[in-house]
Design a protein around this ligand. Structure first.
Ligand SMILES: [Zn+2]
Length: 237
């Protein structure tokens, strides 16, 4: 039994070795996480942070302020703490729900999913709340992507998060830009949304990490057994 802010729950553990076979999609995808969007992918698609989550997070902050305003030891404070705990639980369930659905969808629709290894980026200290919320949701999402990749026999690659937004995804030239610059414009003629350019770089890095297999993807000849044996063998730790 597990105790939560809104009651007791019985916990069950299932699906430890769950496996499902899917036809290869012959698609690969790179994901760039941002503060403005949940992620932007290498095809230019954007997944937004859901409105209900943003709303819940604002409410959570409000309740947090209320608790700190109440006198310590008072009945009002106890009540405020209880409300905060319940809201906290609701938000974390909403976050998980969103992470699971989004991860399942992106894994089912692609054979290889590349993203930045943000555990590296986390070492750079950042105290902004919005940033820490986004990092927390992202790392939960990443865990689910890796889980579903195991279930559906797909490949995930975490690439080092260096220069992914600065380099040109077409010609490789370093195009320096401030965080506020939202567009990538290169002399080679490449003009892309900043995050779309980053997602393309992330995908290219991911493909280069799995080596020769990228030619199979490029030619569109994908042999499931080959992918499973060579890619999964290479990537399983
Ligand atoms: Zn270029």
């Amino acid at each position: 039994m597990v105790c939560r802010a809104d009651g007791y729950y019985a916990q069950f553990c299932v699906d430890v070795n769950r496996r499902e076979v899917l036809e290869p999609t012959q698609k690969t995808i790179g994901l760039d996480v941002g503060l403005n969007h949940f992620y932007t992918d290498s095809q230019g698609g954007v997944v937004e942070n859901p409105r209900y989550l943003r709303k819940s997070e604002r409410k959570l902050k409000k309740l947090q302020r209320k608790v700190s305003k109440r006198k310590k030891g008072s009945a009002n404070r106890r009540k405020a703490v209880k409300r905060l705990a319940r809201k906290h639980l609701k938000v974390s369930r909403q976050r998980k729900d969103f992470a699971v659905k989004t991860a399942r969808c992106v894994v089912r629709s692609n054979d290889l999913i590349a993203y930045e290894d943000l555990k590296v980026r986390n070492m750079v200290k950042n105290h902004k709340l919005a940033k820490s919320i986004s990092d927390a949701s992202w790392s939960m999402f990443r865990d689910w992507v890796e889980y579903f990749a195991r279930v559906f026999g797909k490949v995930t690659v975490a690439v080092p998060p260096h220069y992914t937004s600065q380099n040109c995804s077409t010609c490789g030239t370093l195009v320096k830009k401030a965080l506020s610059t939202r567009t990538h414009i290169c002399k080679c003629g490449c003009l892309l949304d900043r995050d779309h350019n980053a997602a393309l770089n992330i995908l290219a890095l991911g493909l280069s990490r799995v080596g020769h297999t990228q030619t199979h993807y490029a030619c569109g000849e994908i042999d499931k057994s080959q992918v499973d044996a060579s890619l999964l063998g290479k990537l399983s730790h």
